[in-house]
Design a protein around this ligand. Structure first.
Ligand code: HEC
Ligand code: HEC
Ligand code: HEC
Ligand code: HEC
Ligand code: HEC
Ligand code: HEC
Ligand code: HEC
Length: 410
């Protein structure tokens, strides 16, 4: 009995030695792998930020978060927070639309829809009178400048709600492109399945830091298009700036891109480039009015490589969009001498509103003057186009002479 016990004890000692050896080996392995990650991060601290593109990962680089940017870039950080881009995605508890509309309803045939906030949690609910589907809303897509669409999980899969909120009607209606006539079941009527590839697309266009190793990481994602969605992960930049090391800024500045690349590849990574639209069936149909890089690219006579024609000539992505047509005039008259003055003196200066960040023109005017009007150019030459189902008139970025009865140029 005793011997047996001793034998067991001896066995235990042997076992303990094995465990110790194993632990030591593990420690060595961990130490080695730690030093190799350090080596790796040393290596990645010289990442070529010129390779950065929106929606693409820069492996090894860490995010810093926008609160940090505010310390040194306070003006940009505060103004950017008011853009629709910064507010392109919300957790349901942060959606002003859901807060101000605690109960929204919609009815189609036998189906009744309800988006209702019970306590603090908004719920998406659909019933045909017999069967009811009811799920907590996980994400609200869109700043509701136009619309807001709701995402929930059903049977473990992400789904896009078939009905969305529309600002123009201040009510729910079919999510664009989603009307089913008539929906075959409560399940079908409630939402559309979003597969993992589509989910990665949605969250990388509307959010920041949403994927790691090509996998969706919703826990660490920052809702909305924040600084680092456009400038890349910025921890190395912050460290370098804190250390006063300006030899390499360790961050992406899109200002250095040639104008056409900026419009097509940078803004176009989310707003859809001419190349992307060229691959769509029927060039995306009239829906391509939403794809400004494509539309702008096809403006007759305009050189996409002229900096006064890039997206940033008319839009500062750190400032809210302005609807004042006259604030865009300086941009047009820089190239199109007005019929009244018809000189090169009408060069655009940085307007005081700072909404149209046009730089002083260094090229002479090269476009013809307008025989019709001398201001509010965009109101006639960038017409508003109603997109069926969107309850919104998009601004056609294909700059052109619009004559009554002309068909929409695809
Ligand atoms: C400790 C202060 C500090 C913080 C924090 C900081 N920056 Fe900067 N940033 C600077 C300075 C200083 C410059 C100008 C350095 C230069 O010209 O190379 C700069 C330049 C930049 C540039 C232009 C870089 C270039 O190469 O032209 C961008 C873009 C930028 N910062 C974005 C950010 C973002 C995004 C954040 C937050 C994640 C951030 N910064 C946080 C100090 C800071
Ligand atoms: C990472 C994706 C992404 C990139 C890159 C991006 N955008 Fe956006 N942008 C969006 C999304 C998403 C919205 C819709 C926001 C909403 O209303 O919910 C949007 C909306 C806008 C709007 C409408 C209203 C507003 O105030 O924000 C403008 C203007 C705009 N973008 C301009 C630009 C320009 C110019 C660039 C390039 C310098 C650019 N965007 C790059 C995703 C992006
Ligand atoms: C390729 C990038 C991209 C993808 C993918 C994408 N969006 Fe967007 N979304 C945009 C841009 C850019 C805008 C702004 C221009 C516009 O309205 O078309 C926008 C606008 C919107 C709006 C209107 C916001 C407003 O201004 O009121 C909603 C709602 C929306 N998206 C929902 C979604 C949902 C839901 C998904 C996924 C199921 C999705 N988007 C996928 C880029 C994208
Ligand atoms: C939608 C994309 C987008 C977002 C989001 C964005 N930026 Fe920028 N940023 C740009 C572009 C484009 C430029 C170059 C502007 C130009 O060419 O006029 C720029 C330039 C800058 C610069 C350099 C300015 C200079 O004069 O060289 C700084 C600093 C900067 N951004 C900081 C920020 C900070 C901080 C945030 C977040 C609060 C932010 N950006 C969010 C697109 C973006
Ligand atoms: C010549 C000036 C000009 C240029 C260049 C320009 N835009 Fe616009 N953009 C406008 C005007 C004007 C509006 C409408 C503002 C309003 O009335 O609300 C607008 C509106 C928008 C909107 C809001 C959607 C809508 O239809 O209301 C988005 C998004 C946008 N622009 C993105 C871009 C992108 C991306 C580029 C570059 C490919 C670009 N813009 C280039 C003038 C311009
Ligand atoms: C970078 C310089 C540049 C800018 C900026 C510019 N244009 Fe042009 N535009 C041209 C040139 C060059 C042509 C071709 C020659 C011509 O018709 O004047 C042209 C052509 C046109 C045409 C005739 C198109 C056709 O179908 O025949 C119209 C209309 C026009 N521009 C309006 C505008 C408006 C409105 C703006 C501002 C929103 C603007 N342009 C901004 C250079 C520019
Ligand atoms: C009230 C609507 C309206 C406004 C505002 C307007 N235009 Fe025009 N524009 C037209 C029409 C219509 C034509 C075609 C005239 C014709 O050929 O009969 C035209 C023609 C043009 C052309 C072609 C000229 C040619 O000889 O081929 C250019 C360039 C142009 N406009 C630029 C501008 C600029 C720049 C502004 C702002 C300073 C502007 N337009 C404001 C309606 C307008």
């Amino acid at each position: 009995m005793r011997a047996n016990w001793r034998f067991r004890l001896a066995g235990f000692v042997v076992l303990r030695r094995i465990v110790l050896v194993a632990l030591l080996t593990a420690a060595v392995v961990i130490a080695l792998s730690l030093s190799s990650t350090r080596a790796q991060s040393e290596k990645t601290s010289v990442t070529d930020f010129a390779q950065f593109k929106p929606r693409k990962e820069l492996p090894g680089e860490q995010f810093a978060g926008r609160a940090v940017c505010a310390r040194c870039h306070s003006e940009k950080t505060h103004s950017q927070a008011h853009t629709s881009m910064a507010r392109a995605l919300f957790l349901p508890s942060q959606s002003a639309t859901l807060k101000s509309h605690p109960r929204m309803t919609y009815k189609s045939g036998i189906y009744s829809y309800e988006i209702v906030t019970e306590g603090t949690q908004p719920i998406y609910r659909v019933t045909d009178g017999k069967e009811t589907l009811s799920e907590p809303i996980l994400y609200a897509f869109g700043n509701a400048r136009i619309a807001q669409t709701y995402i929930f999980r059903h049977n473990g899969r992400l789904q896009e709600g078939r009905v969305s909120y529309y600002k123009a009607i201040d009510a729910l209606d079919w999510t664009i492109g989603d009307a089913l006539n008539p929906p075959p079941s409560v399940q079908e009527a409630a939402g559309r399945d979003i597969d993992s590839a589509e989910a990665r697309n949605c969250f990388s266009c509307h959010g920041t830091a949403s994927t790691f190793d090509d996998q969706l990481q919703l826990d660490s994602m920052v809702p909305g298009v924040s600084c680092e969605a456009c400038h890349g992960p910025a921890a190395a930049h912050v460290a370098a700036m804190n250390a006063g090391d300006t030899a390499n800024s360790h961050i992406f500045n899109p200002m250095r891109l040639p104008p056409e690349k900026l419009s097509q590849e940078f803004c176009g990574a989310c707003h859809r480039s001419a190349d992307t639209v060229a691959m769509m069936p029927n060039l995306g149909g009239i829906g391509n009015v939403r794809f400004q890089p494509y539309r702008l690219f096809n403006s007759r006579g305009h050189d996409p490589n002229n900096p006064h024609f890039a997206c940033t000539a008319c839009h500062d992505p750190h400032i809210e969009l302005t609807s004042d047509a006259s604030s865009y005039d300086a941009n047009c008259t820089g190239c199109h001498a007005s019929a009244r003055s018809n000189t090169d003196s009408a060069l655009p200066q940085k307007p005081s509103s700072a909404n149209t960040p046009s730089k002083p023109v260094t090229v002479p005017s090269e476009g013809k003057p307008c025989p019709v009007a001398a201001d509010r150019c965009v109101s006639c030459h960038m017409p508003k186009v109603e997109l069926p189902g969107a309850h919104y008139k998009f601004t056609d970025h294909r700059i052109r002479i619009v004559r009554p009865g002309d068909p929409y140029p695809f």
